[in-house]
Write a protein that binds this ligand. Structure first.
Ligand code: FES
Ligand SMILES: [Fe+2]
Length: 371
């Protein structure tokens, strides 16, 4: 394999993977008996909660003539389309009423469905499962089941705090994802007086190993300039702190930091909204600072700052990408990005050939870079 490889040659740029769960909306923005719009992988959705508070997700288009269902009436159980009044069960999309039918017309109303998707609330977010596109004939297709539940944040005690941050990024899913796994941008993008300067650059060496559908930065003592590490050091011995970071397809970055009985976990997702737009959602759970009134605010402040720096960088990068420049990925700092493209390609190939996925990594690897 050559040292320099443009991402385009490793996987189709901005291809959005179906057959996975995606974060759609923060749970606290979705209210009972109300309808909200969301977009995932260029699919417009209407999301809501029924009377009992259970969330649901439907395709935001009436199967009759395409009217957005979010314009309809919702009584906490069924959605009535605003165009001709067809009414659908909010959870499975099954048609209940077609008001224009006369008593002697025997169209089987209950065989008609508005597109609906598996939907779950998990760790402060409404998740939606997007199955692989079904064969044509939509309108009569029953909803699909998700093969497994929505991803969870790993927690190590009963009591913990939870907070989220979200930001839109005007770049494709691939640039969004590799921009967050890339270790070399830190000293240039994430400078702050209370954090680090570019003079803090030093050589790092990290071990990686393959895991199903992804790769892991093996458990190690975290780099002394990571935010949660600095906070945790107030509680525990520097040496007793370990961190582990997993990336798994399609877009999950799971970081766990543990120091004795204290822990900090985050699940960051970069979600494709359209071909040229993605959104980062960071959800963190922790049991440190639970008693400190400003603890969560402090953590949120630190993360908000990072996320904003990344967002601003990608906004500028999008300008550069507009005219399709040649790009390259180098070893070792861009190796995780290469694995990402290879995993994506291997996943698609496994699907195409209906066979087991061939993992691009054959075993543990040590990477070195300066950051
Ligand atoms: S478009 Fe929805 S009922 Fe006709
Ligand atoms: Fe960053």
């Amino acid at each position: 394999m050559s040292e320099l490889e443009p991402p385009q040659r490793q996987a189709p740029d901005s291809l959005m993977l179906t057959g996975f769960w995606y974060r759609a909306l923060p749970a606290d923005r979705v209210h009972r008996n109300q309808l909200h719009q969301a977009m995932l992988l260029e699919i417009p959705l209407v999301i809501g909660r029924d009377r009992a508070g259970h969330p649901f997700a439907l395709r935001d288009a009436c199967p009759h003539r395409g009217m957005p269902l979010n314009c309809g009436k919702f009584d906490g159980k069924n959605i009535e389309c605003s165009y001709h009044g067809w009414t659908f069960d909010a959870h499975n999309g099954q048609c209940q009423i077609i008001p224009s039918l006369t008593a002697d017309q025997n169209l089987k109303v209950d065989r008609i469905y508005a597109g609906s998707y598996p939907c779950e609330e998990q760790d402060g977010f409404i998740w939606v499962y997007l199955p692989d596109p079904s064969p044509p004939g939509a309108g009569f297709a029953k909803p699909e089941e998700a093969p497994d539940p929505a991803p969870l944040i790993e927690k190590f005690s009963d009591k913990y705090k939870l907070a989220y941050l979200t930001a839109d990024m005007p770049v494709s899913i691939d640039h969004g994802i590799i921009g967050h796994m890339d270790p070399a941008h830190g000293p240039f993008v994430h400078q702050a007086w209370w954090w680090r300067s570019r003079h803090s650059i030093h050589e790092k060496k990290k071990n990686f190993e393959p895991i199903p559908n992804g790769f892991r930065m093996s458990a190690h003592t975290p780099s002394s300039n990571s935010a949660p590490y600095k906070l945790l050091r107030l509680y525990a011995d520097a040496d007793s702190i370990t961190t582990m970071i997993d990336f798994t397809l399609p877009n999950l970055r799971n970081e766990t930091i543990r120091a004795g009985k204290y822990w900090f976990s985050s699940l960051t997702t970069v979600t494709p909204i359209t071909r040229n737009q993605c959104r980062i959602d960071v959800v963190a759970a922790w049991n440190i600072f639970r008693w400190l009134p400003f603890g969560p605010e402090m953590l949120k402040f630190v993360f908000a700052k990072f996320v904003e720096q990344d967002r601003r960088t990608m906004e500028l990068q999008a300008e550069g990408l507009k005219h399709n420049p040649h790009l390259m990925l180098i070893d070792d700092a861009d190796r995780p990005a290469k694995w990402y493209f290879q995993l994506k390609a291997a996943h698609l190939e496994a699907k195409r050939t209906a066979s087991a996925m061939k993992h691009p990594m054959s075993g543990p690897v040590t990477l070195k870079w300066r950051s």
